[in-house]
Design a protein around this ligand. Structure first.
Ligand code: UDP
Length: 236
């Protein structure tokens, strides 16, 4: 088994809500336990969380809100997920730092990349919150940017309800088939939507590998980190 030394884990907001709006503490506790296992195995780990369990700017825009303000609401929602995850990690004895792209000194550190790397070297889990701090971005793209800037070996995209990249959304198209391996060029040409296209392009340009896999069964995060071949490997 190969295994990675430093990984960036992307968790979408959906995972935090267990399918509902808001944070489901039972679900977050389970995710935290899996991340704690990774940290205890001596692998450096940073996390980027989404916020779709609270707000998505584009959806609020469709319901009449100004896109920019709605995107900022989205970014604030992300921070709540980060704090919930931090709470459970620290209860498990895993030192954790949240760094946000929008400064909020009382609740988190500001985003300081070199400091984030230092935290990871000391075995702390770093959670990057508030997205890029800029409207019109998605946390998929942020995950890739943070992984590149903090020199991670791979972006791990943990999904709920789907176990890899498919030719089409398997929930909508029963004939969809799963890829074991895929190139970024192919993902972009086929218009695959499991991650946003900007994220695929940024990863591809910088030759950073990505593994898209399912959260179920429990323990998958550690399995992927240790190099077990599950989900879909996307590479340049
Ligand atoms: N968002 C943003 N800029 C960013 C990251 C996120 O404006 O850099 C906003 C955007 O409105 C987005 C929301 O935050 O819809 C939640 O993020 P995302 O949709 O990526 O979360 P996920 O789908 O992963 O749960």
């Amino acid at each position: 088994m190969t295994g990675y030394k430093r990984v960036l884990l992307k968790l979408s907001g959906e995972v935090f809500g267990g399918g509902n709006v808001g944070v489901d503490p039972d679900v977050v506790q389970k995710i935290a336990a899996e991340i704690a296992e990774v940290a205890r195995a001596g692998v450096q780990i940073a996390v980027v969380t989404g916020g779709g369990n609270f707000f998505r700017g584009a959806e609020l825009q469709q319901r009449g809100m100004d896109r920019v303000r709605a995107d900022y609401m989205g970014m604030l929602g992300i921070v709540m997920n980060c704090l919930a995850l931090q709470d459970f990690l620290e209860k498990m004895g895993v030192e954790t730092r949240v760094q946000t792209a929008i400064t909020m000194g009382q609740v988190a550190e500001p985003y300081i990349p070199r400091r984030a790397i230092r935290h990871m070297e000391k075995g702390r889990v770093v959670i990057f919150g508030a997205g890029m701090g800029m409207p019109f971005f998605s946390t998929d793209t942020v995950a890739v940017q943070r992984a590149l800037e903090s020199k991670c070996d791979v972006v791990l995209v943990a999904k709920s309800g789907v176990d890899g990249v498919y030719t089409a959304d398997p929930k909508l198209d029963p004939t969809a088939t799963k890829f074991d391996d895929l190139t970024y060029a192919e993902a972009i040409t086929r218009g695959l939507r499991i991650m946003d296209q900007t994220a695929f392009a940024l990863c591809g340009e910088n030759k950073l590998p990505m593994v898209v896999f399912g959260m179920e069964p429990e323990g998958n995060i550690l399995r992927v980190v240790q190099g077990e071949k599950i989900g879909t490997l996307v590479s340049a």
